[in-house]
Design a protein around this ligand. Structure first.
Ligand SMILES: [Zn+2]
Ligand SMILES: [Zn+2]
Length: 317
């Protein structure tokens, strides 16, 4: 099979022919049709996450078909032990021994992938392969972040990329008000936000137009934490939704005072995936996509790094 492979962090992916992967016991073979490109892939490629499998096939928003023809998705959570105290209490996203697709397990930047049959998810028929791919991480981890942000009406989204563009639509569907905070002068992201129902879009470094009930930070920039706290009302929550973030600068305690909370969101549970994939077609969530051929994965990653992707980037296999 053709695959894009990471030999070592900090290097470009290499296009190679690999032997077809063989599914082991309890695994399925998936013929990949599309694979979303996530900021986490960039963190893996850049060496910002410890101990990736090497060499590695990245990619954890995989849409493909089983030999039976059934269409499935392979999300980030690829395996859990099922027996630690997290797994046994409905928190498999925190499993001590969890393994993740496109990080510790080979993922979907390839023509074929294998996955644990207990962790693949069905894809809603309303979406074609490409449109469905970003639902599998940007969508469902974004959905988890929105849930953990609480029930507040005024939601601030910091960084308006793949995840925020989906979360904005879910939040609007739930009757909430959305405020989009982007890099200064990012007119493309701001116009997409307004198109998708945000009532305001502007510079994350500037003042918020309204006091927020909660904020979700998707951009990996620690300086947004005090900025979001400053914009958030008493009892509000600031959710850090990314797997990696630059250091958070110190800030005066008064920003946290008033029962404000800061929390992270880590990974997903299968329950999150099933809930979100049922909700997405009802909202309905529409995904804005830029496609790239599999062999152009490096270009897709570079556009993502530069903040140039409008919505989500997807590799077409
Ligand atoms: Zn566990
Ligand atoms: Zn992801």
């Amino acid at each position: 099979m053709l695959a894009m492979v990471l030999d070592a962090p900090g290097r470009a992916l290499r296009s190679v022919e690999l032997p077809d992967p063989q599914p082991g016991p309890g695994q399925v073979l998936v013929r990949v049709a599309a694979c979303g490109v996530c900021r986490t892939d960039l963190h893996v490629v850049d060496g910002e996450l410890p101990d990736p499998k090497l060499p590695l096939v990245p990619g954890h928003q995989v849409v493909g078909r089983l030999p039976s023809g059934e269409r499935v998705g392979i999300p980030w959570l690829g395996w859990t032990d099922g027996e630690c105290r997290y797994c046994l209490s409905g928190r498999e996203n925190l499993c001590d021994r969890a393994r993740f697709a496109g990080y510790q397990l080979d993922g979907g930047y390839a023509e074929l992938a294998v996955a644990d049959e207990r962790f693949v998810v069905p894809i809603p028929e309303e979406y074609d392969d490409v449109a469905a791919a970003p639902l599998l991480c940007a969508g469902l981890i974004g959905y988890r972040a929105l849930r953990l942000a609480g029930d507040g009406e005024r939601i601030g989204l910091y960084g308006f990329g793949a995840s925020a563009h989906i979360v904005a639509q879910v939040a609007r569907h739930q009757g909430r008000r959305v405020f989009a905070f982007t890099r200064a002068g990012d007119g493309a992201a701001q116009s997409l936000a307004l198109e998708l129902g945000a009532e305001w879009a502007g510079d994350a470094a500037g003042p918020a137009p309204k006091e927020l009930d909660a904020a979700i930070i998707f951009a990996p920039a620690g300086e947004l934490v005090p900025a979001a706290l400053r914009a958030t009302a008493k009892d509000g929550t600031v959710v850090c939704a990314g797997i990696h973030m630059s250091d958070i600068p110190s800030f005066p305690y008064e920003l946290l005072w008033g029962e404000r909370q800061i929390r992270s969101v880590a990974n997903l549970t299968r329950k999150d995936a099933h809930e979100f994939l049922a909700l997405a077609p009802q909202a309905p969530v529409r995904t804005e996509i830029e496609t790239f051929p599999l062999e152009s994965a490096n270009e897709a990653l570079e556009r993502l790094r530069a903040g140039k992707v409008r919505g989500a980037a997807v590799l077409v296999v």
